[in-house]
Write a protein that binds this ligand. Structure first.
Ligand code: DGL
Length: 261
């Protein structure tokens, strides 16, 4: 099984890409919706919540965990990989997103993300490890996650907030990273406002890189179960998760296990 962690439903956009690209495997998704949004929390709390969520997944027997959240990846992945769970496999979404920038030959990029991902300079730092001449402009859009969580994926409020934040980017950015896993849900509106700009979705990039990772790591791949099934856990309201989550995955979430953290 491939295990996913996110603060709530945003990570379903990452799961969706994995299921399209690697449909044969089994998946387990845990959304910490009781404590979402992480994007407004302080750094220590984001790390603590992510650690608790990931620990729960390892306690269930997870062999490999994908942090399907930019905010959690930005604040916790190094600590989890190097200090807390050095013998386990944990992958995030920001490195595949950053690699897409350098592999695409872009010289100036915009990143739309949560407040805490921007504060952490997550994409700037990761892109600059590969090429420090690339210009990265990071803009926070704190209002978007609460709206999406409320099931509001369109409408005037959404469009005004998006126009306002997207209007802050320099006119000469060559592509835009969706630096929050909630944003692919409103990608259509972003593309309407910036019609000719290439969009980078780190969730999609992560699925592509994960397929390559499995080829390079046959010992991990051979242990993954393959029934094409998905299991869901949430720390919060199961009804909300099933309703909004089914909309995002475009298929019914029929069963979800409640897990108060
Ligand atoms: N989905 C998370 C991300 O990718 C953010 C949501 C939140 O603020 O909890 O950053």
């Amino acid at each position: 099984m491939i295990w996913f962690f996110d603060s709530w439903i945003g990570g379903l956009t990452v799961l969706r890409e994995f299921q399209k690209i690697l449909p044969e495997y089994d998946y387990c998704y845990f959304g910490d919706n009781a404590r979402c949004p992480y994007g407004d929390l302080d750094d220590a709390l984001i790390r603590q919540y992510t650690e608790e969520g990931v620990e729960f997944l390892f306690d269930q027997g997870a062999e490999i965990v994908i942090l399907a959240c930019n905010t959690a990846t930005a604040h916790a992945i190094r600590y989890l990989q190097q200090v807390r769970f050095p013998d386990k496999k944990i992958l995030g979404v920001t490195i595949p997103g950053a690699e897409c920038v350098t592999e695409g030959g872009y010289k100036k990029i915009g990143v739309l993300a949560t407040e805490s991902t921007v504060r952490n300079r997550a994409y700037k730092e990761r892109v600059h490890i590969i090429d420090d001449t690339i210009h990265i402009q990071e803009i926070a859009a704190p209002e978007l996650v609460p709206l999406i969580e409320a099931g509001i994926f369109e409408g005037t409020a959404m469009e005004q907030i998006l126009s306002n934040h997207l209007g802050k980017f320099d006119a000469d950015i060559e592509a835009l990273i969706l630096g929050c896993t909630h944003y692919p849900i409103i990608r259509r509106h972003i593309e309407t406002i910036l019609p000719r700009l290439p969009i980078i979705d780190p969730g999609y990039e992560s699925a592509i890189k994960f397929r390559e990772y499995l080829i390079r790591h046959p010992s991990i791949e051979k242990n993954l179960s393959r029934w094409g099934k998905t299991m869901f856990f949430t720390s919060g309201n199961t009804e909300n998760f099933m309703k909004t989550g089914s909309k995002i995955l475009e298929k019914d979430i029929a069963h979800i296990i409640s897990l108060p953290l």
